[in-house]
Design a protein around this ligand. Structure first.
Ligand code: HEM
Length: 243
């Protein structure tokens, strides 16, 4: 096995990823705890009771939820301002760039391969080769786009709800904000389950999981899973070497 490694994530992007993940789980846990409506008990009541007993009261629970949401927003705004050229714009370019024909082929083949195996790929008339991918594969890019758009919707509707205590009162806007906030959280959480399975549980992607701590991946992983990115790096290294 090739033991050389390639840089994949910087310290800043690793920090932002885990900060984001921590805030997400904290907001999800406290947000679910805030649903104490008898007709809308997603967790059968025990979760709200647990959260209420940890934080002492509904007001404190709401306060910590709001503080975490606002801290998350402020940190991301600072990151977007100061890290725009180095981190944010390159990331957005990556995840919003698609090649529809090969990406669709990748999505279909990869899903069949992961769920039914290579045998079924052949049985269904597909060749076993999976289209080569760049820094992120299409699945990762689609999740990234969903989580970015979801985060924008969640932040805007969250601010509307936050302001409802001070300015807006219980208007139609606030009621719609509550519904849209729930739906957006539900959609991103659905994608998150797949993301966590792919990133932390699937043995195939284990090197990517470790890269979210170390910042590097083995060369052979990069070549096998992200060939277009690997070729780019090798091409750039070759040019540097010749110069
Ligand atoms: C236990 C929780 C989580 C784990 C184990 C995890 C793991 C990972 C790993 C290993 C990567 C790097 C993939 C690579 O280098 O190819 C990654 C990337 C990423 N993560 Fe997470 N993550 C978690 C939570 C979250 C949450 C809560 C969000 C946002 C809602 C999120 C959003 C992203 C995005 C946008 C990327 C870049 C694109 C992608 O790889 O999908 N992650 N995550």
């Amino acid at each position: 096995m090739n033991s050389k490694v390639i840089k994949r994530h910087t310290k800043v992007t690793i920090f932002m990823h885990w900060f984001n993940a921590f805030c997400w789980f904290f907001l999800l846990a406290t947000g679910l705890g805030l649903i104490k409506n008898e007709d809308l008990q997603l967790t059968g009541g025990w979760w709200s009771n647990l959260m209420y007993s940890i934080f002492g009261s509904g007001e404190t629970l709401l306060l910590v939820h709001e503080i975490c949401g606002l801290t998350w927003l402020v940190v991301f705004i600072v990151y977007m301002i100061f890290g725009s050229r180095k981190y944010v714009i390159p990331f957005l370019k990556q995840v919003f760039t698609y090649s529809p024909a090969t990406d669709l082929k990748w999505l279909i083949k990869k899903n069949i391969q992961m769920t039914l195996g290579n045998k079924w790929l052949k049985r269904l008339g597909f060749t076993p080769d999976i289209p080569e991918q760049g820094f992120y594969n299409v699945g990762q890019k689609l999740f990234a786009v969903a989580s970015i758009l979801g985060a924008i919707v969640i932040a805007v509707t969250g601010i509307i709800m936050f302001l409802s205590n001070i300015l807006l009162q219980n208007t139609v806007i606030v009621q719609w904000a509550i519904v849209i906030h729930f739906v957006a959280v539900g959609v991103v959480t659905g994608g998150l389950l797949v993301h966590i399975y792919m990133a932390a549980i699937s043995p195939d992607e284990r090197p990517a999981f470790f890269s979210m701590f170390t910042g590097t991946v083995p060369e052979d992983y990069a070549e096998h899973h992200h060939k277009l990115w690997y070729d780019e790096i090798k091409g750039a290294e070759g040019k540097e070497h010749r110069a």
